[in-house]
Design a protein around this ligand. Structure first.
Ligand code: NAD
Ligand code: UDP
Length: 323
C-alpha cells in the first residue's frame, strides 16, 4: 500500500539512497533536511518526481506534517562533523527525536530511528549483540554523539511504553558507498579520495583497530524490511556487515582497488575514545527480517571508487574543517 513517508536527513548519504528506494516503490516521500552535512546533488534527480517533496527544516524545531511512516536519520554521523558543534549534535539527536516522536504520536505514524553501534562505545564484548549495554565515556569528545543517540533510544522506548508509539530502533554499523560526502573525514571517504589522488593514506594509530563495513544498498534493504514488519518487535536491532577488517587492511584494499601508488603512513595517534574493535552480531536481524548483507567489501569499494572518480570534488563544500 502507498504510504506517506517522511525521511529526516533525507538528503544525506543513507537518506538519499533510502529516498530513492521509497520513491521507486511508489510511496509519497517527504525528504526533510537542513543540509548541514549534505548537498542537493544527492537528491537532485528526484526533484521532478511527482511522489517526492523536499523540505528544508531543522529537526530541533517542531514541524506539522501528515505522514504514515517516519525514518529519523537527521544527525551528523562522521566524527569530524559531529564534533564540530557538539552541543548542536546532542540537540539534534535529542530534540530531533522528541519532535519526531511527538509527530508520530499525533498522527499515529510508525517511526524507525537510526541509532548507531557507537552506543556500545569502545566495546569490551565482541562481537556486539543488542543485549550488550556498552562502554561509553560520557564526557569525552565522542559523547555528544554517543550519549545523544543513547538518549534518543531511551526516548523511543519511553514513547512506546507511555504513548504506544510504534517505534523501531536500528543500530547501524559503519556503512559506506556512493554519495558519502568526500570531505566527511570518515575512513572510507578519506582513503578512497586519497588513493584516487595518489596522496598518502592517513592511518590514525597503527591501523590495527577494526571496523565492519556494510554496503549502503544492504543497509537500506534492512531499514525497509524492518519498517514493513508487522507490529510486534521494536528492536533495538543491529544492522551491519559482520565481515571485520583492520583499518590497515582497508587502506591496502583502497590502494589496490584504485590502482594507486599511494603510500600508507601513520598520520597521528589513535584519536581519544576511538573504539579499538567493532563487529555486529546480526542474529536478531537474520531471525526477524531474514536479512543479511550480500555485498562483499571489495565489490562495494569498487562501486565507491567509481563514484568518487565520477564526481567533481570542487563542487563539494566541506561541511566542517575536519577531514
Ligand atoms: P550524513 O551526514 O550523510 O546524513 C545526515 C543528514 O542529516 C545530512 O543530510 C544532514 O544535513 C542532516 N542533518 C543533520 N543535522 C540536521 C538537523 N538538525 N536537521 C535536519 N537535518 C539534519 O550521514 P549518514 O551516514 O547518511 O547518516 C544518517 C544517519 O544514520 C545518522 O543519524 C547517523 O547517525 C546514522 N548512522 C550512520 C552510520 C554510517 O555508517 N553511515 C552509522 C551509524 C549510524
Ligand atoms: N581513520 C583513519 N584514517 C582516517 C579516518 C579514520 O585511520 O583518515 C580511522 C579512525 O581512527 C577509526 C576508523 O578509521 O579508527 C573509522 O573511522 P570513521 O571516522 O570512519 O568512523 P568511526 O567508526 O570511528 O565512527
Amino acid at each position: 500500500m502507498v504510504q506517506r513517508v517522511l525521511v529526516t536527513g533525507g538528503a544525506g548519504f543513507l537518506g538519499s539512497h533510502l529516498c530513492d528506494r521509497l520513491v521507486e516503490r511508489g510511496h509519497d516521500v517527504i525528504c526533510l533536511d537542513n543540509f548541514f552535512t549534505s548537498q542537493k546533488s544527492n537528491i537532485e534527480h528526484l526533484l521532478g518526481r511527482r511522489n517526492f517533496e523536499l523540505v528544508r527544516h531543522d529537526v530541533t524545531e517542531p514541524i506539522v506534517l501528515e505522514v504514515d511512516q517516519i525514518y529519523n536519520l537527521a544527525c551528523p554521523a562522521a566524527p569530524g562533523h559531529y564534533q564540530y558543534n557538539p552541543i548542536k549534535t546532542t540537540k539534534t539527536s535529542v530534540m530531533g527525536a522528541i519532535n519526531m516522536l511527538g509527530l508520530a504520536k499525533r498522527v499515529k505514524a510508525r517511526i524507525l530511528h537510526a541509532s548507531t553501534s557507537e552506543i556500545y562505545g569502545d566495546p569490551e564484548v565482541h562481537p556486539q549483540a543488542e543485549s550488550y549495554r556498552g562502554n561509553v565515556n560520557p564526557i569525552g569528545p565522542r559523547a555528544c554523539y554517543d550519549e545523544g543517540k543513547r538518549c534518543a533510544e531511551t526516548l523511543m522506548f519511553d514513547y512506546l511504553r507511555q504513548n504506544d508509539v510504534d517505534v523501531r530502533v536500528v543500530r547501524i554499523f559503519n556503512t559506506y558507498g556512493p554519495r558519502m560526502h568526500p570531505y566527511d573525514g570518515r575512513v572510507v571517504s578519506n582513503f578512497v579520495r586519497q588513493a584516487i589522488a595518489g596522496d598518502p593514506i592517513t592511518l590514525f594509530g597503527d591501523g590495527s583497530q577494526t571496523r565492519s563495513f556494510c554496503y549502503v544498498d544492504d543497509l537500506v534493504d534492512g531499514f525497509i524490511r524492518f519498517m514493513d514488519l508487522p507490529r510486534g518487535f521494536h528492536g533495538p536491532m543491529n544492522l551491519g556487515n559482520p565481515g571485520e577488517f583492520t583499518i590497515r587492511e582497508l587502506a591496502e584494499l583502497a590502494v589496490r582497488l584504485s590502482g594507486s601508488g599511494s603510500e600508507i603512513r601513520i598520520e597521528k595517534p589513535l584519536p581519544e575514545d576511538d573504539p579499538t574493535r567493532r563487529r555486529p552480531d546480526i542474529s536478531i536481524a537474520m531471525e526477524k527480517l531474514g536479512w543479511e548483507p550480500k555485498v562483499p567489501l571489495e565489490e562495494g569499494l569498487i562501486k565507491t571508487i567509481e563514484f568518487f572518480r565520477s564526481i567533481d570534488l570542487a563542487s563539494y563544500r566541506p561541511p566542517t574543517p575536519n577531514y
